[in-house]
Design a protein. Structure first.
Length: 301
């Protein structure tokens, strides 16, 4: 890896560690949002470095849709056991049973929208005053509007037009009772930065990111994983393909890529060559032009 790339990654690392230490200094009960995806795994790695040799001062908060890849859940549990940290799981399934949200039906049913209510309920129940997320500004136009410290009102809502300035990396975490902050230490990272950092630091990631054979079906040009809760249309057929995940989320939304990448080096080369954005195959982002921003205003990650 060239010196320029190493220096660039170390600068991003230092910035993210600074942000995490600010969270620990300014908030009393912060949580780190953990999905089992590469960005949240990198955040955990950065948090370990930020507070070493002490234990990182963050609870891990996972919003489980009930439609997650089993590989993701297994990786999460192994990491929690290794770190000896507390894991809080917000269950969308439980939210449905309690009548807090409605389960969607039909071919394009998803629990992604339902995650917002479950997340806000978990934040309220645990009295978290900050939730650290892995959002990056390069992912999506709504996320490009975020600050490092993103204020949420007492209803968990985000106002992109009324965010606090962040001059000279001075972060204002003051809030009223019932309000909280979302914090995004990876804001200035790109997808390529994340993969190069994983390679540089030799960070373990779920097997889903590497090429593997899986039963899939094609819907509107996107390969989706076969699962018991996935309803196929009459013209859709199950096939076995060599695929991998580029981003990991709910099975119903996660587009799979035909790939031969079996190492981090292969993944880096593949990402460098592609012209499709990381979230370009996420079904939840295709519902409308402003799908992500609408969800974020309501309290989404």
């Amino acid at each position: 890896m060239e010196n320029y790339t190493l220096n660039h990654l170390r600068e991003l690392e230092a910035e993210s560690i600074y942000v995490m230490r600010e969270v620990a200094a300014q908030f009393e009960n912060p949580a780190l949002l953990f999905s089992g995806g590469k960005d949240s795994i990198v955040m955990v790695h950065l948090a370990k470095k930020a507070f070493w040799p002490a234990r990182m001062p963050f609870v891990l908060l996972h919003i489980d849709t009930g439609h997650n890849f089993q590989e993701t859940l297994d990786f999460r549990d192994e990491l929690v056991a290794e770190l000896s940290v507390r894991l809080v799981v917000g269950s969308v399934e439980e939210s449905i049973k309690k009548g807090r949200v409605q389960d969607e039906t039909g071919y394009n049913a998803s629990r992604n929208v339902a995650q917002t209510t479950t997340l806000l309920d978990a934040i309220e129940a645990e009295k978290f005053d900050a939730a650290i997320g892995g959002g990056r500004r390069d992912e999506e136009k709504a996320r490009a509007k975020e600050r490092f410290f993103s204020h949420r009102d007492e209803f968990g809502q985000w106002d992109p037009k009324n965010q606090r300035p962040e001059l000279w990396n001075i972060f204002n975490g003051r809030k009223n009772m019932g309000e909280h902050f979302r914090v995004f230490p990876l804001s200035n990272w790109t997808e390529m930065d994340v993969w190069q950092y994983i390679y540089m630091e030799n960070i373990a990631i779920p097997s889903l990111y590497y090429t593997h054979s899986r039963e899939v079906f094609n819907r509107d040009g996107v390969w989706l994983a076969v699962a018991p809760f996935m309803k196929l249309k009459p013209n859709e057929k199950i096939e076995v393909k060599d695929v991998r995940c580029r981003t990991i989320g709910d099975i119903t939304n996660t587009g799979l890529y035909l790939s031969t990448a079996n190492s981090i080096e292969d993944i880096i080369q593949e990402v460098a060559a592609t012209r499709i954005t990381e979230r370009g195959m996420r079904a939840d982002d295709k519902r409308s032009e402003s799908a992500m921003e609408d969800r974020k205003k309501e309290g989404y990650f």
